[in-house]
Design a protein around this ligand. Structure first.
Ligand SMILES: CCCCCCCCCCCCC[C@H](O)CC(=O)SCCNC(=O)CCNC(=O)[C@H](O)C(C)(C)COP(=O)(O)OP(=O)(O)OC[C@H]1O[C@@H](n2cnc3c(N)ncnc32)[C@H](O)[C@@H]1OP(=O)(O)O
Length: 293
């Protein structure tokens, strides 16, 4: 089904997802949540897609939950009051978890090109995206406490692991909106570029990955890096790495990686991603049984 609140385009091994409600600063709705999940699933299933780039149309990346009227917004208190209390479904299943966790579980790297304000779920959805690049006019805000609620989209797991507990607490406890320079100092973003250079920079990085690396090797490395954040010891990492090394080392991409180097030619990697278990590294994160849709 053609999405109505985002655009999904694939070119040169890169899927570009553009949040597309510029008149509402791409404010988030349940429709956008469902369309984001569908776009992440499409990118994961498409062997022609090696890397995903996410950005916003217009002057904002995403202004957070749409606090105005209309389908899937939060102006309607009766809709909010109707939400079940005390269950894992308190927040509609197609909400925070959908905005982030499908990107976390992707078997491909995700680059967020933050082109303006990213506030509330607009900020938290970027946390499982592996690389965040900001345009100079980007702003971020974990504003939840200023709206009387708490962070969502699994951000209380992701944010302290991305920026550290001290910086996470400062941004969450104040709820302030801060600029790209502060985001860079806090290591929320890896670089800040002029606005006009943002999408070209993100696409150049995406193509550098797509053109030079084995998809199955990057998928395995990505899932090990993230999943080891919860590991009990470096031995857990060593175990996963050893399993993946042996399996990938016997695979076609390892042979091609060596042959292309020795042959002084670009690599042509062909190993498929497989059925979701990549090189012995299972898909991460797996939802616990009581959260499986
Ligand atoms: C918050 C939910 C309450 C209901 C609780 C329900 C509980 C159960 C379910 C909860 C699950 C939802 C959780 C959600 O994911 C959490 C969030 O995302 S909270 C964050 C919500 N978003 C915001 O609070 C952002 C508010 N906006 C801003 O901070 C700023 O607008 C900006 C984005 C930093 C941009 O600033 P400026 O460039 O200065 O622009 P303006 O402020 O002047 O805004 C221009 C214009 O746009 C309107 N607008 C801005 N943001 C939103 C928005 N999110 N929704 C609707 N409208 C928005 C703003 O009012 C201005 O309108 P105008 O005055 O021009 O008519």
């Amino acid at each position: 089904m053609t999405p109505t609140q985002l655009r999904y385009e694939v070119a040169d091994g890169v899927a570009t997802i553009t949040l597309d409600r510029p008149d509402r600063m791409n404010a988030f709705t349940t429709v956008m949540a469902a369309e984001l999940a569908a776009a992440a699933a499409a990118a994961d299933a498409d062997d022609a897609v090696r890397v995903v780039v996410v950005t916003g149309a217009g002057r904002a990346f995403c202004a957070g939950a749409d606090l105005g009227g209309g389908e899937g917004t939060f102006a309607d208190r009766s809709a909010v009051d109707a939400l079940p209390r005390g269950t894992v479904d308190g927040v509609p299943r197609d909400w925070g978890g959908i905005a982030s966790l499908p990107f976390a579980a992707l078997r491909k790297p995700v680059i967020a090109a933050v082109n303006g304000p990213a506030v509330g779920i607009g900020a938290t959805m970027t946390l499982p995206m592996d690389v965040r690049i900001a345009g100079e006019s980007a702003r971020f805000g974990f504003v939840f406490a200023r709206r009387g609620i708490v962070p969502e989209a699994a951000s209380t797991w992701f944010l302290p692991r991305v920026v550290g507990i001290s910086q996470a607490m400062e941004w969450v406890a104040t709820g302030r909106v801060f600029d790209a320079a502060e985001a860079l100092r806090g290591r929320l973003v890896s670089r800040v570029v002029p606005d006009a250079d943002l999408l070209p920079t993100a696409l150049e990085l995406a193509r550098e990955i797509a053109d030079n690396t084995s998809g199955v090797a990057v998928a395995a490395a990505r899932q090990m890096l993230w999943s080891m954040l919860g590991a009990a010891s470096p031995w857990d990492a060593h175990r996963a790495e050893s399993r993946a090394l042996v399996e990938l080392g016997a695979g076609p991409d390892a042979a091609e990686g060596v042959a292309s180097f020795l042959g002084k030619r670009p690599p042509r990697f062909t190993a498929p991603l497989g059925d979701g278990a990549v090189a012995g590294v299972t898909r991460w994160p797996q939802p616990p049984p009581d959260l499986v849709p």
